[in-house]
Design a protein around this ligand. Structure first.
Ligand code: UTP
Length: 293
């Protein structure tokens, strides 16, 4: 069996990216000219995903349009012999099949994923959150799919190590070692605990594989913290009743959900690219003198 569908919830309000996110989805904010959501969709496609189900809300149409063809622009670029630009534009438009489902009220991440139930049906599926970009030779989602395939298509939660200070910003996974040191059988997931409330430093940055049963749990969870339906509550219920694994995936992960973190990611992405790195290098003597850095 293959995992062919991925759910990417983008219905949130993106308040940490205001004022830019007032009219433009934060997922469309670029890092070096590429919208953040494209990095996430590319990870899914490289992992074998053939269909993306975006959970959207009012004002997010540009995301769906972005992954559609723009034949008028393509014709214009063709006429002007702008082959490089033409390739960029047509590649994005034919990258993957896209389905959009409206989440009419923003009732939380758990509720957003439940909105995909009818489109997913009974297949296992991936979930990727757009706030996190993960770079690596083997895409993070691919690593989780591989583990799920080897374990009866069970649900897998992607985790990464965080510092004591960062624990209170994430869902933290507790579990017992399973198969190898990267893989745990999950016993519990705690939403944003204080660092002394758990010994675990394994955080969930937003990469998951779920079997269809996740929908049964999402349907029965009550509203949780913040008055929202929390995905964490459904995962906890699932882990009580069936095998849920966590996997410490390999890759460089960038949180891009806030203006500060987006800035850091932009600088790092630029430094990874010879062309942009050169521009920064040339500017450093001037900046260090002018701004005393
Ligand atoms: P966040 O909690 O990061 O919220 O949601 P947000 O709206 O994106 O951003 P801030 O905190 O206001 O700045 C995590 C993910 O879940 C989606 C968001 O779009 C984001 O990808 N989400 C959240 C939904 O799709 N629907 C919801 O009701 C809540």
């Amino acid at each position: 069996m293959k995992i062919k569908k991925a759910v990417i919830p983008v219905a949130g309000k993106g308040t940490r990216f205001l004022p830019a996110s007032k009219n433009t989805p934060k997922e469309m904010m670029p890092i070096l000219g590429v919208p953040m959501i494209q990095y996430v969709v590319e990870e899914a496609v490289r992992s074998g995903i053939e269909e993306i189900i975006f959970i959207t809300s009012y004002g997010k149409e540009t995301i769906i349009d972005y992954f559609d063809r723009n034949l008028e622009l393509e014709n214009y670029l063709r006429e002007k012999n702008k082959d490089g630009d033409l390739k960029l534009v047509s590649n994005v438009g034919s990258m993957v099949e896209v389905v959009a489902i409206r989440q009419k009220e923003q009732l939380g991440l758990g509720h957003a994923i439940l909105c995909a139930k009818t489109v997913i049906g009974s297949e296992p599926f991936a979930v990727l959150l757009g706030d996190d970009i993960v770079l690596g030779d083997i895409p993070a989602t691919q690593q989780l799919i591989d583990l799920s395939l080897k374990n009866n298509m069970c649900s897998v939660v992607g985790v990464m190590n965080v510092s004591d200070k960062e624990v209170s910003s994430y869902g933290i996974v507790e579990g017992v070692q399973y198969l190898n040191e990267r893989t745990l059988k999950m016993t519990k997931m705690i939403e944003k605990p204080k660092s002394y409330e758990t010994a675990s430093r394994l955080a969930t940055p937003g990469r998951y594989i779920f079997s269809k049963e996740i929908f049964d749990y999402l349907e029965i969870i009550p509203k949780g913290s913040g008055g929202e339906y929390q995905l964490t509550d459904a995962i906890n219920l699932m882990a009580k009743n069936q095998n849920v694994l966590s996997y410490l995936f390999e890759g460089e992960r960038y949180d891009t959900g806030t203006i500060e973190n987006h800035l850091v990611a932009t600088i790092e992405f630029a430094l990874k690219n010879e062309h942009y790195k050169k521009i920064i290098q040339e500017k450093i003597p001037y900046w260090s003198k002018k701004y005393e850095i």
